[in-house]
Every structure is written in C-alpha cells, then in structure tokens.
Design a protein around this ligand. Structure first.
Ligand SMILES: C[S@@+](CC[C@H](N)C(=O)[O-])C[C@H]1O[C@@H](n2cnc3c(N)ncnc32)[C@H](O)[C@@H]1O
Length: 351
C-alpha cells in the first residue's frame, strides 16, 4: 500500500510527545496520565512513522519500553481519554494506572458511570484524592448492575455443542482430555464421548479460579459473559497459551470497539493464537438477547466455521435424548473432576 510521506509538522509533534514521555519516565517509576497520553498521541497519530516505522520500534529505541508495557500504558491513556471526555466536572478522572486498570474492566460508557460514582464519594466525604478502594467499589457497583445471575448461567444449546465437536473432528482434533472451566450441565463436552473431562462448576463447589495448572489437549469454555476477559486469562493461566481452545463470549468483547477487552488481550504476546471467529446470532442462547462469538484459539486447522447453519442453533438449554451418555461426577477430586463417560441416566451434577 502506498502511504504519503510524513508531514514535517509531525516531526515537531513527535519531538514534543517524546520529550513528555522521557521526562515522565525520568521523573518517576510510576506512570502518570500525562505520560500515557503522550504515548497515545504518538500511537494514534502514527507519529512513530516519522522516525521509527513502527510504534513498538519507537518505544524500544526511545524509551526502552517493551511492547507489552507500551500497550499497558496505552490502555491507561484510553481510559483517561474516555473518562476525561466527560467535561461535566462530575467525574473522577483516574490519575493512577492502577485506578485506570480497574475501570478498564468495564465498557467505555460504564467507565464514565463508575468515575462519576467515585466523584460522588469524594464530594460526599470532602476528599480530593481518590483511593484504589473508591474505584474498586464503583466498578463493583456499576459492573454488578449488568449482572443477572440467571443470564450469566445460561447453557450452550446442545445442537451448537455438537456442531463445535464436529468442526473439531473435521480438523482432526480428537481430544483425550478436555478442560471445561465452568461446566454448567456439561453440555459443551457431552458430544466428546471418548474424552476424559476435567470439569469445574462453582455450583458444585469447584471454583475455577482456584484451579492449579493442568495438562489437557483441549479447553472448551462458555464462561459467565460479564467477566469474559478474566476467564480467558485464567484459562491461559491454567492450561497454558498453546492449548487448543474454544472460547465463547459476547461479540462486543471482541469487535464492539477497537479497544474491546478480549481483542486487546489477544493482541498481547502472552495470549493464545487467534485463528477464527464464528459470530452467533443474538437469539442463540436461552433468555439472552446478545450476539455472541466463538473464538477458535490455537486451532489453525479448523475450517467452515464462518456460519453456523440455522438448524444447529436450536435455542434450548438441554435437549439430550433420554439414555444419551452423560458424564458422571465421581466422589473424589479437589482441584477438578475427571469425568468418566460411561452411560449414566442421572444428571451429571445432580448432587
Ligand atoms: C454461561 S454458563 C455456561 C455453562 C456451560 N459452560 C455451557 O456452556 O453450557 C456459566 C457457568 O459458569 C459457572 N461458574 C460461575 N463462576 C464459576 C467459577 N468461579 N468456577 C466455576 N464455574 C463457575 C456458573 O455456575 C455457570 O454454570
């Protein structure tokens, strides 16, 4: 692609912003919002093209910043810009990176809502400086509003689970040991009749956030959607970033906006390789009207996943015919449950 040569005024702008970042780095080990915003101006204005070709190259050469640190600072700046765009004077714009990181867990509109709550707390208590606890509380309050326990627990329709299993089988993926971090009724792994399943489910007292590292050859996960990024990061923590993974989350976390949380994470070097995305219509899940997506990670061989045929999207939590093999929960296992696939009439997690 042909690109216009850089405008000479960009050199001046670049020099200014580089100066601000250098001064900031020299002054303190803690990044300031001013520093982060200067970096964002370099990134979004493509000022790096003037001297270094790439943003990462500039960060390394001028500031000795790694790629991941540079992107963390960009994330800080984006929260500051987003919240700061509300010039009502009634929002607490985060000054510290740790505060911005808390807000970054929310979509942009809700970040502003949370920052407003922080300001209300400051006003009510006659304080001028926000504390970490103020932001954490506001994020919990605003994030919690979106939470509907029933919707967070909806199951993946069995017809879709079978379609996923078939696409994997077509690609030669026949796992022997699968991790399902939040198994619900076990829908996602039921079609893999030959596999052992390590299942976690909070309702059974098995919290995936207490899981230890595991060797599995497939992860398949449809987590509570409000926390999709946190779940994906925990999957990587437990199963590593090279394990083939099928991850279902709201499509907004991926393409809703340029800075969407899961999308941003997948750009980072620590993330699994993102190979394909399957969009899911808004009426795929029972009671949920929100478009989802299947992310196929570390699964380059998978084909024909651009469209799920309508007849594989039967909106149901459970359509397993009577007598269909169901996982059995053995009485042991503290860090997870290895599921035996022998036919069993009762519900997999029925006490
Ligand atoms: C959206 S549902 C999906 C269930 C199942 N994976 C499926 O697709 O049919 C999310 C499940 O995560 C479970 N869950 C929530 N927090 C959990 C945790 N910390 N550890 C394990 N399971 C959890 C919920 O109880 C719920 O069953």
């Amino acid at each position: 692609m042909y690109r216009l040569p850089p405008d000479p005024r960009q050199r001046v702008l670049l020099a200014e912003q580089v100066g601000i970042v250098r001064d900031g780095l020299a002054a303190s080990r803690t990044a300031t919002a001013t520093l982060a915003r200067a970096l964002l101006a370099i990134h979004d204005g493509e000022l790096y093209r003037v001297a270094h070709g790439t943003f990462e190259g500039l960060c390394r050469a001028e500031f000795d910043l790694t790629r991941s640190r540079a992107y963390q600072l960009l994330a800080f700046a984006r929260v500051v810009e987003n919240v700061g765009a509300d010039n009502s004077g009634r929002v607490a714009v985060p000054k510290r990176e740790s505060h911005a990181r808390l807000l970054a867990a929310l979509p942009p509109g809700r970040q502003v809502e949370a920052a407003r709550l922080v300001q209300e707390t400051l006003d009510a208590e006659g304080r001028s400086q926000a504390r970490t606890a103020d932001f954490a509380q506001a994020v919990r309050t605003v994030g919690g509003k979106a939470e509907n326990p029933n919707l967070q627990d909806t199951q993946t329709p069995p017809s879709l689970c079978r379609w996923i299993c078939e696409r994997l089988a077509d690609a030669g993926v026949r796992p022997k040991r699968i991790l399902d971090p939040c198994a619900g009724n076990g829908n996602l792994t039921r079609p893999f009749a030959q596999a052992d399943v390590v299942a976690y489910e909070i309702r059974q007292g098995r919290d995936f956030f207490r899981a230890e590292k595991l060797a599995v050859d497939l992860v398949i996960c449809n987590p509570p959607w409000k926390d999709a990024l946190r779940w994906l990061q925990q999957v990587v923590q437990v199963a590593g970033n090279r394990t083939p993974t099928v991850f279902i989350c709201p499509v907004l976390f991926f393409i809703g906006y340029k800075d969407a949380a899961v999308r941003r994470y997948l750009e980072s070097p620590a993330a699994p390789v993102f190979n394909h995305l399957t969009p899911l219509p808004s009426d795929t899940f029972v009671k949920v009207y929100c478009p989802g997506a299947i992310l196929w990670l570390n699964l380059p061989g998978v084909r024909n996943v651009a469209l799920v045929p309508g007849d594989r999207l039967v909106r149901s939590n459970d359509d397993a015919p009577a007598g269909c093999p169901r996982p059995v929960r053995p009485a042991h296992a503290s860090s997870g449950t290895t599921i035996d696939r022998r036919p069993e009439p009762s519900h997999p997690f029925a006490g």
